[in-house]
Design a protein around this ligand. Structure first.
Ligand code: SAM
Length: 292
């Protein structure tokens, strides 16, 4: 039973996917607390980490481990509990489970087994960072973590380069320097980057600067390299005479067709100047080393 009143009765034989704080323990919804109190078990990435949250709110026992190394096996355990009529919550270490976090496979297995899955929304690092970024693009692309190997990371950035959307990345402290260096090398220097660090925690910092300045800003103080990061890079600058939509149509066609044909079709579809689209196509070709 789902009710929209203040207190929520816990549905038996259901999996609740519960968002938890990113740092500040106060960032948890009343409904999330009701659910965590009411369920029979809480599946979590790191039982010690989640126990701190449960202890803080006086919620006893019931943590069981579900992390990327045991997700398939743990999902079967969840299904057994659900078959016994138990209610179970799924949480990750921080934020919303299944978003760059374990949980998606377990959710799919539980759905396949025929049980209800109930979202209990709350914190998410990408959305928190977007909310304070001032990014005015109508659309954003959530990428999550870029590849850890340099060549794959640069290739991924090059593929994202022409998109007319704000780009949202997650990054960990041990790779922040390399990732920001690669973004600065591969993307247009005038694009802006918002570096949102340690959101909701003691050392929270949010800065916005031209991408070209970001590596030096980061290098100037080692403390700026510590903690957890969300990076938001502004959309590809519109080429002179080409709208963001025209650029998007061109990028899609360039991925499939030879340059001239892509330009011709992009001009017909978007109604934009063929010359301007041609210049943009050449610029994209240069920036991707010919892989357009
Ligand atoms: N599921 C989480 C969510 O909903 O945002 C994300 C989990 S992912 C494994 C961890 C990454 O999220 C970190 O490396 C960092 O990029 C980002 N993140 C998590 N907490 C953060 C915070 N307090 N400040 C900035 N970024 C954070």
């Amino acid at each position: 039973m789902k009710d929209h009143g203040e207190a929520q009765a816990i549905e038996t034989a259901a999996l609740y996917v519960v968002a938890t704080p990113l740092g500040n323990l106060g960032d948890i919804t009343l409904r999330a607390l009701d659910v965590l109190k009411g369920v029979d078990a809480v599946a979590c990435e790191d039982t010690r980490h989640t126990r701190r949250l449960l202890d803080h709110y006086g919620i006893q026992g019931k943590a069981l481990a579900l992390h990327e190394h045991n997700e398939a096996e743990a999902a079967q355990k969840l299904i057994r509990l659900l078959r016994e009529g138990k209610a179970v919550a799924l949480v990750s270490d921080a934020g919303t489970p299944g978003v760059s976090d374990p949980g998606a496979r377990a959710v799919a297995a539980v759905r396949e087994a025929g049980f209800d899955i109930v979202p209990v929304p709350g914190p998410n690092a990408a959305i928190a960072a977007l909310s304070v970024s001032g990014a005015s693009e109508p659309h954003f692309l959530f990428y999550g973590f870029l590849p850890s190997k340099a060549a794959a990371r640069r290739k991924a950035i090059e593929e994202l380069k022409p998109l007319p959307h704000a780009l949202v990345f997650y990054e960990a402290p041990h790779r922040i320097v390399e990732t920001i260096a690669d973004l600065a090398v591969c993307l247009e220097p005038q694009r802006r980057i918002v570096i949102a660090r340690e959101l909701t925690k003691v050392y929270e910092s949010i800065v916005s600067l031209p991408l070209a300045d970001a590596p030096a800003w980061l290098a100037a103080d080692e403390n700026r390299q510590r903690g957890e990061f969300v990076l938001i890079v502004s959309a590809a600058p519109a080429a002179e005479g080409v709208s963001a939509e025209g650029g998007r149509v061109l990028s899609l066609l360039l991925a499939e067709l030879p340059l001239k044909q892509a330009v011709k079709l992009a001009a017909e579809i978007s109604g934009e100047s063929r010359n301007a689209l041609y210049d943009l196509a050449l610029a994209q070709k240069d920036s991707t080393g010919g892989r357009v």
